[in-house]
Design a binder for this molecule. Structure first.
Ligand code: ZN
Length: 281
């Protein structure tokens, strides 16, 4: 912030007002986003390695990832709060400035900087910032801002212990009813790890951002008319009336994880039954 270029007192001189535009925060959200991408890829590497080694989940390592992710989210919230605060403080500063009479003579200025003669007492932009910050720190809308709206890292970390035991477990994200308690509930039934279009196990599961239905990449691309097609068609999921196009789809990380774990479990079972048969011989 280049606060030095601004007058400490109101009203702002018309020539000084333009400096208000220059008072901005350094945008470090992009670095936080980079960190989160790294974190997510570390998580995927841990999962891959653990699956490859047929090992148990490294809970301490995952806990430290979760802590790091929470820390990133907190920092992002703080940055978002600071940014909003500065904007509000600037607006307030300018509005208040307009309420003061223009200073034409030095004598008036002397009166002005003497707090008892002023509207509220001269305040600097920093004073406005501090006042607004107190208010915004307690604002719930800002303190729940997420770096990545869906926070995939947190989602994966949360569901991991459940799907590790049962890759087809139905998990419902239940944020609305019980915020303090564990958000995740396990319900009856099971998730199909088979694409409804290709009727084969998912290879590259893609989820529709519009309706949350998942199809295999090859299946949905063929359905929509090829990889470069811009066509919109009804979602192929029975009963879904959303119109979707290729750009509405992204990798379904959760389904990918389920499939990876399911494959690993299958491999494990096979190895076990193989070694059992050897034992019998
Ligand atoms: Zn759908």
């Amino acid at each position: 912030m280049s606060l030095d270029t601004l007058p400490k007192n109101l009203p702002i001189h018309p020539k000084a007002a333009r400096y208000l535009h220059d008072v901005t925060l350094n945008d470090y959200s992009k670095y936080l986003k980079q960190c989160q991408t790294e974190l997510n890829s570390t998580l995927n590497q841990i999962i891959d390695t653990t699956l490859f080694l047929d090992d148990d989940l490294p809970s301490a390592l995952l806990q430290s990832l979760e802590d790091a992710n929470n820390n990133l989210q907190d920092q992002y919230c703080q940055w978002k709060i600071s940014q909003n605060t500065l904007q509000e403080a600037k607006n307030q500063y300018r509005n208040d400035s307009d309420k003061y009479e223009r200073i034409t003579e030095l004598a008036d200025w002397q009166n002005y900087v003497n707090p008892k003669n002023t509207l509220k007492g001269p305040k600097s932009l920093l004073d406005y910032y501090k006042e607004t910050l107190d208010k915004n720190q307690s604002s719930t809308t800002l303190s729940t801002t997420k770096l990545d709206e869906k926070d995939k890292t947190a989602t994966l970390l949360k569901i991991l212990p459940q799907v590790w035991k049962d890759p087809t477990a139905v998990i419902r994200d239940d944020k609305s009813t019980n915020e303090e308690e564990d958000d995740i509930k396990i319900e009856g039934g099971s998730i199909e790890l088979i694409c409804p279009i290709t009727c084969k196990p998912f290879e590259i599961p893609m989820i529709s951002k519009k309706c949350g239905h998942t199809f295999d990449k090859q299946g949905i691309i063929t359905y929509l008319g090829g990889p470069h097609s811009r066509a919109s068609k009804d979602c192929p999921q029975t009963g879904c009336s959303k119109s979707v196009s290729i750009s509405d789809f992204e990798i379904d990380e959760v389904m990918k994880l389920r499939c990876q774990i399911a494959m690993s479990l299958k491999r494990k079972q096979k190895t076990n039954s193989d070694s059992n048969s050897i034992d019998i011989i």
